[in-house]
Design a protein. Sequence first.
Length: 102
Amino acid sequence: KYEVSHCVPEGPDTAGRYVADCPVFDDLWKLRFWDYPFRLQEGQHPGKGWAEKREAPSPRQLLLLTNYGIMHLNDIARGQDAFHLLRDVGDSSWVDNYRKGY
């Protein structure tokens, strides 16, 4: 329904199935942070975040997040907005725009 393609079970018979590993959840921290904000476990390499500033998203990035009901840095996306955000976080062109801007 919401086209979160990275979280859709694969195969011919997907009715009633769910996905145990949805990689877009692992990328949500990148919206807010430049560096991984949590303690790393041995062997963990989460990469860099997408925020333009070290401590927070830039005003331009925060403006993009308002499309998902996130009006302030500490807000969260809810309902359909949350699913739309998950869909877009899995879209490389959206991520590229969020990171670099056009």
